[in-house]
Design a protein around this ligand. Structure first.
Ligand SMILES: Nc1ncnc2c1ncn2[C@@H]1O[C@H](COP(=O)(O)OP(=O)(O)OP(=O)(O)O)[C@@H](O)[C@H]1O
Length: 288
């Protein structure tokens, strides 16, 4: 590991699946880096966002295959790491938050048991110490009465609280990188922003790198420092969030215009027109 290495360094990443009808490339030669910043990965369904996030942790299940010229977590090669090492990295240095906490939390263990186990899997701490840290972290994600919540089972908590518990669990081992894959899309709109705010605050305070995967370009623009736009497994455009208004690619413009805006309602929403040439254009590099 070298200290000046980016937290994530990805060059020419491919994710491919052998299917009955031939080879399908879900990610087609993308390159990006992640520093201590909030990087948004945006694109429509099927554009390869989730596969990119999963590939970083080598979580692509067979028959899926990963290929890359470089795939490094803070200077460490993911492609050649042992499975044992990958288990240490997952949930240790790199945490991943998925869409729906109900599927990520174990239904037959209390919240407290899961938080304690999650921490003890990565650090040799006593149960008492792990419990203390779990309580402190629940407090950080704005959960009132954390003592009571530790004794609850996942079905006894609301979606918003479940997702905050997941965030607490992922942050307990103090990761350097957080990969959040549509972390709030299963939540009510009112709870979404609350959960995002908490995540944002923690990422900033801890100086972590965040890879935020979402189909919602407007949300990502508010919440991230830098944006990568994916289409058909490639990066078609990348820019600072603050410069999104200068975006040029018609796909990016289409994504910006294809969502309803309550402040500026329009009679008709634009239909995203696709040009077959976008598929074939070379991927843009989002390395810094
Ligand atoms: N086991 C598989 N075999 C073949 N193709 C697959 C397999 N798993 C995923 N894919 C394909 O890979 C492509 C990229 O999927 P991915 O989940 O990364 O998209 P996404 O951009 O995250 O979309 P979503 O927002 O719907 O999750 C999709 O077209 C999907 O159908």
């Amino acid at each position: 590991m070298t200290d000046d290495a980016p937290l994530l360094d990805v060059e020419n990443l491919w994710v491919r699946f052998q299917t009955r009808t031939g080879v399908f490339d879900a990610v087609r030669g993308i390159s990006f880096t992640l520093g201590r910043e909030r990087l948004g990965i945006v694109g429509e369904s099927g554009s390869g966002k989730s596969m990119t996030g999963r590939a970083v942790l080598r979580l692509i299940r067979p028959p899926g295959e990963i290929e890359a010229d470089r795939l490094q977590i803070h200077g460490e090669d993911v492609l050649t790491a042992s499975e044992k090492r990958m288990r240490q990295l997952r949930g240790g240095r790199v945490s991943m938050i998925m869409q729906d906490p109900k599927f990520s939390l174990n239904p037959v263990m209390t919240v407290g048991q899961q938080l304690v186990e999650a921490l003890r899997a990565h650090e040799p701490v006593s149960r008492a110490e792990a419990r203390k840290r779990a309580l402190a972290t629940l407090d950080e994600v704005a959960i009132r009465d954390p003592e009571r919540v530790l004794n609850l089972y996942p079905h006894e908590v609301s979606g918003g609280m479940g997702q905050r518990i997941m965030i607490a669990m992922m942050l307990l081992p103090d990761p350097e990188i957080l990969i959040a894959d549509e972390p709030t899309s299963a939540l009510d709109v009112s709870v979404q922003l609350q959960v995002l705010d908490i995540m944002d605050k923690l990422v900033r305070e801890r100086g972590m790198g965040l890879m935020f995967i979402s189909h919602d370009l407007n949300l990502v623009a508010k919440f991230c420092d830098r944006i990568v736009i994916m289409y058909a497994g490639r990066i078609v455009e990348t820019c600072k969030a603050s410069e999104l208004r200068h975006a040029r690619h018609p796909y990016t413009l289409g994504l910006l215009n294809s969502v309803p805006d309550l402040e500026h309602p329009r009679d008709r929403l634009e239909v995203l027109q696709r040009d077959p040439a976008w598929r074939e254009a070379p991927s843009v590099s989002a390395r810094q």
